[in-house]
Design a binder for this molecule. Structure first.
Ligand SMILES: [Zn+2]
Length: 418
C-alpha cells in the first residue's frame, strides 16, 4: 500500500472510531480508541471550506477572497500546470487545514468529476499533483412504460438506478438504436414499453453516465422489437433483432437525431398533430445550427432559396420518393444540385428562413409529386439483412448470453453470460 493510501485508510479508521466514540460511553485510559486518537492527531484535517469559482473570477481572486495573501494565492496557482484562462466558472474548490494554522494545508481544484488537482503546502512552498479517480462500472436493466414520452418512461423507470443527465443519455441511446424503426419524438404511444440492458458508469462523486447499451426491447401494440449489440468485423457497431436481422433499413425515421430535438418538444404529449394537414409537413423544434441529416441515400435535386420555404434542400431517393428540408440556416459543404448523399449524412443546418417565426425544421415527403405522411412513407415493412454463417453463430452466442438478463426485474444485473 502506498503511504498515502495507508494514511487514508488510517484516517478512515480513526474517523470511524470517532463516530463510534460519539455513540459509546467515554473510553477509559488504555482503550485503543484513546491511543489511536492521539497518534492520529497530526494527520487530522479539522477544517474544510467549500467554494466555487465565480463567473469572471480568477483562481487567485478566489483564493484571495478565501483569505490567502496575494503572493500566496499566486504561488498556489503557479504551482499547478493549469491554464487560468481555461478554468470554467463553477469549478468546485476545497481548502483544507488543521487546527495549528489558519493557512490551508491543501487546496483541491475539482477539474472534472474524475480529476482533482491537489496543491499541498509544505512551509511556504506549494506543490501540485493531479489525481484521476476511477469510475466504477456495473450492468443495469431498466424497464419503463410510456405514458407521455420516452423521457418520462426512462425517468420513471430509473428510480434509484440512474440520476441526472444519465437518464436523458439513455433515452438518446435507445432512440439511436431504433432510429430506423420509429421516430421517438412523435410515434410512441401510451402503454408502449421499453427495456434496456446497459453499462452504468459511476464517478466517485456519484455522477453517472451511460456506457454501452448491450441489448434493448421496444414493445408496441403487443409486439416487441428486440435489439442486440454486435461489433462488425469492420469495427462498426450494429444492432440486430432476436432473429439476427439488422435493425438498419433504407430510411431513417426522422431527419434530426432525437437528442437534437428540443427536449421540451420531445416531452410534449401531442406534438403538432394539427399542423400536418395545414402545411403538409412535419415540424421539429431544434436550436438554430442543429445538423439536418439525409433520411436516406439519394441525390440533391434542389439546394437554394424558394419563397416561404426559405433555404431548402430536396433529395430524390429510390422509387421516386423526394424529401424536402426547409427553413434552413445554411447548407453543409458540397450540398448542391446533383450531389450524392448517404443516409444519415449532414446536409444542412436548422434555421428560421422563409415563413418561419422560430428555428425549426420543416420536413416533407413526396411520392410522385404528392405529399405523404412521413410516418407511413418512411416505415419499413421489410426486415434488414440477416446475419449468416459464423457471424450468425457469434450473434446467437451474444443473444443467448444476455437474453436471460433481459428477462430479469429492473435493477443491477450481477452476472452476465459474456
Ligand atoms: Zn412546417
Amino acid at each position: 500500500m502506498s503511504p498515502r493510501a495507508t494514511r487514508l485508510l488510517f484516517g478512515a479508521v480513526v474517523a470511524g472510531l470517532a463516530i463510534a466514540a460519539l455513540r459509546l460511553p467515554t473510553p477509559k485510559f488504555g482503550d485503543p480508541r484513546v491511543l489511536f486518537g492521539d497518534m492520529a492527531a497530526p494527520d487530522l484535517q479539522p477544517w474544510t471550506q467549500h467554494d466555487t469559482l465565480g463567473r469572471g473570477e480568477t483562481l487567485t481572486g478566489l483564493l484571495a477572497r478565501r483569505g490567502l495573501s496575494n503572493t500566496e494565492a499566486s504561488n498556489v496557482v503557479r504551482a499547478t500546470p493549469l491554464n487560468p484562462r481555461r478554468i470554467p466558472a463553477g469549478m468546485p474548490v476545497e481548502l483544507r487545514g488543521d487546527t495549528t494554522d489558519s493557512r490551508p494545508q491543501e487546496i483541491r481544484f475539482r477539474l472534472a468529476v474524475d480529476r482533482i488537482m491537489r496543491v499541498a503546502r509544505s512551509g511556504d512552498s506549494w506543490a501540485a499533483t493531479e489525481e484521476v479517480l476511477p469510475w466504477t462500472v456495473d450492468t443495469v436493466l431498466l424497464r419503463g412504460t410510456v405514458r407521455e414520452h420516452l423521457y418520462q418512461a426512462i425517468g420513471e423507470g430509473s428510480d434509484s438506478l440512474l440520476a441526472g443527465r444519465a437518464r436523458d443519455e439513455l433515452a438518446w441511446a435507445i432512440a439511436d438504436i431504433y432510429e430506423y424503426k420509429i421516430d421517438m419524438s412523435r410515434e410512441l404511444q401510451q402503454g408502449d414499453q421499453v427495456r434496456a440492458l446497459f453499462e452504468r458508469h459511476i464517478a466517485p462523486d456519484g455522477t453517472m453516465k451511460i456506457g454501452t447499451v448491450i441489448a434493448a426491447g421496444l414493445q408496441r401494440a403487443g409486439t416487441e422489437i428486440q435489439a442486440y449489440r454486435m461489433v462488425q468485423p469492420d469495427g462498426r457497431v450494429r444492432y440486430y433483432d432476436e432473429r439476427g436481422r439488422s435493425l438498419a433499413a433504407t430510411f431513417l425515421r426522422a431527419p434530426l437525431q432525437f437528442r437534437r430535438i428540443s427536449s421540451n418538444f420531445g416531452r410534449r404529449r401531442h406534438p403538432i398533430l394539427g399542423t400536418m394537414r395545414a402545411h403538409q409537413g412535419m415540424d421539429y423544434a431544434a436550436n438554430a445550427g442543429t445538423p439536418v441529416r439525409a433520411i436516406g441515400d439519394g441525390t440533391v435535386i434542389f439546394a437554394g432559396t424558394r419563397g416561404g420555404y426559405g433555404n431548402v434542400v430536396e433529395l430524390r431517393h429510390i422509387n421516386g420518393m423526394v424529401t424536402r428540408y426547409a427553413h434552413l440556416r445554411g447548407f453543409a459543404k458540397g450540398i448542391r444540385r446533383g450531389a450524392r448523399v448517404s443516409i444519415g449524412e449532414e446536409i444542412a443546418y436548422v434555421g428560421s428562413t422563409g415563413l418561419s417565426t422560430a428555428p425549426h425544421l420543416h420536413f416533407e415527403v413526396l411520392i410522385g409529386g404528392v405529399h405523404r405522411d412521413p410516418r407511413r412513407a418512411l416505415a419499413t415493412a421489410e426486415a434488414g439483412p440477416a446475419l449468416t454463417g459464423s457471424a450468425f453463430a457469434q450473434f446467437e452466442a451474444v443473444r443467448d448470453g444476455v437474453s436471460f438478463a433481459l428477462e430479469q426485474p429492473a435493477g443491477i444485473v450481477r452476472a452476465l453470460g459474456n
